[in-house]
Design a binder for this molecule. Sequence first.
Ligand SMILES: Nc1nc2c(c(=O)[nH]1)N[C@H]1C(S)=C(S)[C@@H](COP(=O)(O)O)O[C@H]1N2
Ligand SMILES: [Mo]
Length: 529
Amino acid sequence: MVIETATRPVVADPAPPPHRTLLAVVGGLIAGVVTIGVAELLAGLVQRFGWSSGTPSPVLAVGSAFINHTPLWLKEFATSNFGTNDKKVLLGGIAVVLFVASLVIGWISERHYAVALVLFVALVAVAALAVATRPHAGFIDVFPLLIGAVAGLLMLGWWRLQLVVNPAPAQMSSYDRRRVLILGAGGAVAAALGGFAGRALSSGARAVEQARAAFVLPKVAKPVTVPAGASVGVPGVTPFVVPGDQFYRIDTALTVPEVDPHSWSLKVTGMVDHDIEIDWDTLLSKPMIDAMVTLMCVSNEVGGNLNGNAIWTGWPVRELLAQAGPQTGADMVLSTSVDGFTAGTPLSAMTDPNRNAILAVAMNGEALPAEHGFPVRLVVPGLYGYVSATKWLSELKVTTYAKDMGYWTPRGWSAMGPVKISSRIDVPTSGTHVKAGTVAVAGVAWDQHVGVKSVQVQVDGGAWQEARLGTDATIDAWRQWVYEWPATKGSHTIAVRAVSDTGEVQTSVQAPPAPNGSTGLDSITVTVD
Ligand SMILES: Nc1nc2c(c(=O)[nH]1)N[C@H]1C(S)=C(S)[C@@H](COP(=O)(O)O)O[C@H]1N2
Ligand SMILES: [Mo]
């Protein structure tokens, strides 16, 4: 319409209008950043003021929901490829998906604004569903996301009116256009900073750190110490007692739950004569015991290091259960974490007077580290962690296997998880070179709550040789072992196996971790120069 344009006052602006599609895409990205940034800032505030017991952060809620719905094959893929970095990988993945989604919404918004809006609302709805279905989610938890979404939509619409559908952006002065660009970019930067501030705000880490620092280790009648000679003294072997900050960590929690012990309590419910609820101070006033227990993850591959030994201090669960009075017919205790994780443990393992199943409050003489379940976790010797070692413990429900299932059971893992006998070579590392002469081949072996009697080593498929064992501390802990190998030049393969106190010989038959723990022998190949 030549006439139309001619009638408009032409502002002196020789620059051509920036490409509309590019502007639309940028608008989508800015709207995306504003949505997430505002939502995360508000989520942080909501948590900081203690108004939420759920997961108001949409990013964390979606991540956690994703973890909860991860099929077994994907979980195994993630653990074997990313190990304990799987959570960072997941958050990175969410960031990429959000980036692409914002980009696509912006791009579509140029031609099909309604379609873009529908997509935006659909994404928000999915995230809102994730927030609303997190454990302990309340009404208030969805508001940060909803307000973020409104802010994002306003940004999308405003940007579009100003720069994309403005009938003649060419006639906008370069000053006005720059103003819109700066306002948009500034809004996005502010929202992003707000979002990070929100994440920082939500962390009540200080309260937890103060409570941990104030923790006084309860006196125990018979303190457990490491017997002389438990370590074989070979450099490179896993420490007999693993310090908390080196201890393997496995859980479904995207962020470490921060539980203030003073608002914590533990409920005993289900098939019991009396429901019980005890708080932190009551628990600490109980007669505590020390228990040296090697914790073990069912996902551990042969030769893997998803296990660790520690001295745990706590109150025997059987005493708490005795107060509640389990009813006949019950055969399982479903323990629940504040983050919704559950584990199903045989009731008999928890009431057994000869098994140190404890409500642990300390690890190696200090309050539990936050990552390992502060303030209270379960430790049950002889069972894989997924059926026993609930961290951030909040409830024990006495029930039956017929009625209830722990978190991992519907996800493809066995309901029962007794630890399998196994052993590992820590040194030398497979694929390395060693010098001819006497070489210390050493590692650890375990068969929790049964005990390891001997460890045997085989070189190049020859006869099994007895290794020297470190002193036995308890049947619940692993044992270090060392074999003084007379190494001759060439390439050699060395395998290890453990024999239990009951005479069970570790099998060479290979089995994957799922559904109830790996089997097979660990072996290394080294070159002797
Ligand atoms: N709350 C909670 N507790 C949990 C888990 C979890 O995902 N959430 N994982 C269990 C598993 S599978 C293992 S192997 C142990 C690991 O304990 P750690 O991280 O202290 O080594 O914790 C158990 N307790
Ligand atoms: Mo585990």
